[in-house]
Design a protein around this ligand. Structure first.
Ligand code: HPA
Ligand code: ZN
Length: 324
């Protein structure tokens, strides 16, 4: 199957950190616009650092680059640049993760971040007919009290969010620490997702389901190490938002051939393919589809994963019906 054919499959992107779409060229442009000095000599110098040992080595660079994002206009431009690329890859609906606690640390209000991203989504709706929304992610390596404070700061505009998620350094920061925060988010009418089983153990996937009551698991690949859990994910039809190129680049798997996607798919788990932080991991969503096609997935199987993404999305039922 050609990349063109893979692009043309209608899909939803469900695991995408908007800050992870910051290409080096835009990072330098925004640094200049905002009078921020990046600790890299040039675009080329920055790109040379895209060689990661693990999740933390990536996060260090990713958080450093986020310092260039200062105004609502910056977030609008970032979102639009991503949505234009995603549209070209057949993405019809995009749910954008963002990390307000990092931006707050840079002196940027959550309102500025949300206003800019929502404006980008609105313009992409007009230009490309795309739909989508925002998922506010809490940093699990900060205290739960900070997450709760962040959540309360947006309680008055919960209607501007689709849901909440949980990201950043996983190991040693189990889901259960955030049970009260997720319960409060549910009370505000928000949908719930969490990263689990990327570097952390299968037990974190189970814990995210049992204590946070999430509807989808982001990554979830280490669930494959627990047969009973795999069977339960399949039976309960809990979607996994898998990011194959990310998993290879962050060495969560040795290579694509060793990726548990085949095992999860064959066990009947609702898997979707996503790009995570595409500016850093070597490709947007069509590149992830192409990489998986190279591992022996058939056209029908890839089309199933594209359909899964629409079913697993938080788009209204009418929109899903349009896209399926
Ligand atoms: N895992 C955890 N946190 C993240 C990631 C990821 O893949 N990308 C951006 N923040
Ligand atoms: Zn992620």
């Amino acid at each position: 199957m050609t990349v063109e054919a893979l692009r043309s499959l209608p899909k939803a992107e469900l695991h995408l950190h908007i800050e992870g779409t910051l290409e080096p060229e835009l990072a330098f442009e925004l640094a200049q616009r905002n009078g921020v000095t990046l600790p890299f000599a040039s675009v080329e110098d920055l790109r040379l650092r895209y060689d990661f040992d693990d999740l933390q080595s990536f996060l260090d660079l990713y958080y450093a680059c986020m310092a260039v994002l200062r105004t609502a206009d910056d977030f609008r431009d970032l979102a639009l640049a991503y949505l234009e690329r995603a549209h070209a890859d057949g993405v019809r609906h995009a749910e954008l993760f963002f990390d307000p606690q990092v931006h707050a640390g840079n002196g940027v209000s959550v309102d500025a971040v949300m206003d800019g991203l929502l404006e980008g989504l609105r313009i992409a709706g007009e230009r490309f007919g795309m739909t989508g929304g925002l998922i506010l992610c809490f940093l699990r390596d900060l205290p739960a009290a900070s997450a709760m404070e962040t959540l309360e700061s947006v309680a008055g505009r919960a209607g501007d969010l689709l849901g909440v998620g949980l990201d950043s350094a996983e190991v040693g920061h189990p889901p259960v620490l955030f049970a009260d925060v997720f319960a409060r988010a549910a009370e505000l009418g928000l949908r719930l997702v969490a990263h689990a089983g990327e570097e952390g153990p299968a037990a974190y996937v189970r814990e995210a389901l049992d204590t946070l009551h999430v509807e989808r698991i982001d990554h979830g690949i280490r669930a494959a190490e627990d047969d009973a859990l795999v069977a339960e994910l399949a039976r309960r039809r809990v979607p996994l938002t898998v990011c194959p190129l990310s998993n290879v680049r962050l060495k969560a798997v040795p290579d694509l051939a060793a990726h548990p996607l085949r095992r999860l798919f064959d066990a009947g788990v609702v898997v979707t393919l996503n790009s995570d932080d595409p500016a850093y991991f070597g490709g947007y969503v069509a590149a992830n589809f192409a990489a998986v096609a190279g591992e022996g997935f058939t056209v029908d199987e890839l089309a199933t994963m594209a359909r899964n993404s629409i079913v697993a999305s938080f788009a209204p039922d009418g929109r899903k019906a349009e896209l399926l």
